[in-house]
Design a protein around this ligand. Structure first.
Ligand SMILES: *Cc1c(COP(=O)(O)O)cnc(C)c1O
Length: 457
C-alpha cells in the first residue's frame, strides 16, 4: 500500500516511511492513496477470529513489505501477551448499553493497544538500523505512559515525553516517571497539553534539529496507531453486530480513536453513526453540529485526556471531505491556522453522514458516573462517562457501543466526587506507588527543551 500526505498527493511513501516519520515534511498527515474495502465474504471470514488473528488480517494490508505476515502475527502476540484480558479487549453490559473495555493493557488506557504494537515495530526496524532514534512525544497523560511502557529498555532508541506540569493525575504521572530504564526521559512543561504538542511539532518542523537527532514520533497522528485501533471496532462489531449496523460513541480529543472507527467503516464494516463525545473543550462538537471550527482557550476538566483544542487527526477527515484534493486541504489548514475556519454546508452534510456529536460539561460527567454506579454497580472512568452521556443525550443508546477508554482508578478525583470512594489499582500495578519518580520541569520554551534533549543523548 502506498501513502501520500494530505497536503501533497504527488509524492508517495511506504508504510515504513510513514511509520518512522509520523508527520509529513509539508506538515500534512499521511493517508493511504486508496482503501480497498473488505467484501461481505471476507468480513464473514474475519468474524470468527480471535483478537490477535483479526489484528493480523486488518493490519497486514497496510504495512506492505515492512515485514511478513508471520512476523506481524508474532509481534501482535508478543504485544498483547501482558494484557489483563484474555482476548485483549472485553465487551461488557451496563444495563442495555454495550461497552467496549479497552483499558486492560499495562498503563490502563486504550492507548496501550496501539502503543505496545508500535514499540515492537520499532524494535523490529531498529534491529537492522545503524542509527539510534529519538522519539519525542507530547501527552495529556495517557499517551506518555503507554509510549514509555512500550519503549522502555528497547535498544537503539530514547523516548522523551512532554507532559503539562501539575495538570495530570498522580497515577498518570507515576505510570510515566517511575521507570528506571536509562532510555526514558520525562519532561514536565509549565503549560498545557497544546503547549506540549506545539513544542513537539516545532521540533519536528525544524528539520536541522530533527535530522540531527534522528527524531521520530508516536503521537496519535502516527498512522500505525490508527490501524491498530481500527481492529477493535471490527472485533466489537463481530461480537455484537448480528448483521445489523452499529453506532459507536467515542470519547474524543485528538480525533485519533474515532478516526480509526471511520477507517473501519471505510473498510466495509457496517457502522451507522460515529458519535464524537467531547468535554467542554468542544471544538469538534461545535464543528460537527454547526460548522464552527474556531479554537478557544483550553479549559481544564475532569477528563484531562480530552482537554485539547487542536484535533490533529481531523485533517484526515477534512482531506476526505475535500474529495482527496490536497490543495483544498492545504487551504483549509491555513484557515485553521488563522483560526477563521467555518465548515460550509456542503462539507458539513458529508461529515454528518458518518458522524454526529455531543458535549458533556463537568457536572453532567459526574452525574453519569454516579447514576451508573447507583443503577448498575459499575464504576466508569470520566472519559467513558462522556461517551455514555453523549449517546444518551442523542437518544442513540440502541445498537450502540461505547468505547471505554480508561480504567477508573486513573482518575480518582472525579470518581471520588461522583461516588465518594475511589477505585483501586489492579494488583499488578500497585508497585507504582512505591517507586521514586524522575522528571525534569522546564518552562514552555522551545530552546530549553531542545537543549535538554541534545544534552541528554
Ligand atoms: C487519549 C484519550 C482519549 C482521546 O482519544 P483521541 O484519540 O485523542 O481522540 C479519550 N480517553 C482517554 C482515556 C484517553 O487517554
Amino acid at each position: 500500500m502506498e501513502y501520500i500526505s494530505t497536503r501533497n498527493s504527488s509524492d508517495h511513501f511506504s508504510f515504513k516511511n510513514v511509520f518512522l516519520k509520523g508527520l509529513a515534511d509539508d506538515g500534512g498527515l499521511f493517508v493511504p492513496k486508496s482503501n480497498k474495502p473488505f467484501s461481505k465474504e471476507e468480513l464473514s471470514k474475519l468474524s470468527s477470529l480471535k483478537y490477535n488473528e483479526l489484528a493480523a488480517e486488518i493490519i497486514f494490508p497496510f504495512i506492505g513489505d515492512f515485514m511478513t505476515k508471520e512476523k506481524l502475527s508474532s509481534l501482535i502476540s508478543k504485544s498483547y501477551s501482558n494484557f489483563r484480558s484474555e482476548d485483549v479487549v472485553k465487551i461488557s453490559d451496563i444495563g442495555n448499553l454495550k461497552v467496549l473495555e479497552l483499558f486492560h493493557g499495562p498503563t490502563l488506557a486504550f492507548k496501550d493497544v496501539a502503543m505496545q504494537l508500535i514499540g515492537n515495530f520499532y524494535q523490529f526496524h531498529l534491529e537492522k538500523a545503524e542509527k539510534k532514534i529519538n522519539i519525542i512525544v507530547a501527552t495529556s497523560g495517557d499517551t506518555g505512559a503507554a509510549a514509555i511502557d512500550a519503549l522502555k529498555g528497547k535498544s537503539n532508541l530514547n523516548v522523551f515525553v512532554l507532559h503539562p506540569h501539575n495538570k495530570i493525575s498522580p497515577v498518570q504521572r507515576r505510570l510515566m516517571t517511575i521507570h528506571e530504564e536509562s532510555n526514558v526521559y520525562n519532561i514536565a512543561i509549565e503549560g498545557n497539553f497544546d503547549d506540549c504538542q506545539n513544542l513537539v511539532k516545532a521540533m519536528f518542523n525544524d528539520q536541522n534539529f530533527s535530522n540531527k537527532i534522528n527524531m521520530s514520533g508516536v503521537n496519535s497522528i502516527n498512522w500505525a496507531r490508527i490501524i491498530a485501533q481500527a481492529v477493535y471496532y471490527f472485533y466489537a462489531y463481530f461480537r455484537i453486530g448480528n448483521g445489523q449496523s452499529l453506532s459507536f460513541s467515542v470519547p474524543t480529543g485528538n480525533f485519533g480513536d474515532i478516526y480509526a472507527g471511520y477507517l473501519a467503516k471505510k473498510l466495509g464494516l457496517p457502522i451507522d453513526k460515529l458519535i464524537v463525545a467531547t468535554n467542554k473543550n468542544d471544538i469538534l462538537h461545535r464543528a460537527i453540529s454547526g460548522g464552527d471550527y474556531t479554537q478557544k482557550k483550553v479549559e481544564e476538566t475532569n477528563t484531562p485526556s480530552m482537554d485539547i483544542q487542536i484535533a490533529s487527526n481531523f485533517e484526515r477527515l477534512l482531506y476526505d471531505v475535500k474529495d482527496c484534493n490536497s490543495e483544498a486541504t492545504k487551504n483549509v489548514m491555513s484557515k485553521i491556522k488563522n483560526n477563521t475556519y467555518q465548515i460550509d454546508n456542503i462539507d458539513l452534510d458529508k461529515i454528518k453522514k458518518n458522524f454526529t456529536s455531543e458535549m458533556l460539561n463537568e457536572n453532567e460527567t459526574i452525574s453519569i458516573i454516579k447514576d451508573i454506579y447507583e443503577k448498575n454497580k459499575v464504576v466508569v472512568d470520566p472519559h467513558t462517562a462522556v461517551g455514555i452521556g453523549a449517546a444518551r443525550k442523542l437518544g442513540l443508546e440502541q445498537n450502540c457501543v461505547v468505547l471505554s477508554t480508561a480504567h477508573p482508578c486513573k482518575f480518582p478525583k472525579a470518581i471520588e466526587e461522583a461516588i465518594s470512594k475511589t477505585e483501586k489499582l489492579p494488583d499488578s500495578l500497585k508497585y507504582v506507588y512505591d517507586k521514586e519518580e524522575k522528571f525534569k520541569v522546564l518552562s514552555n520554551d522551545i530552546n530549553k527543551v531542545k537543549d535538554y534533549v541534545t544534552n541528554s543523548i
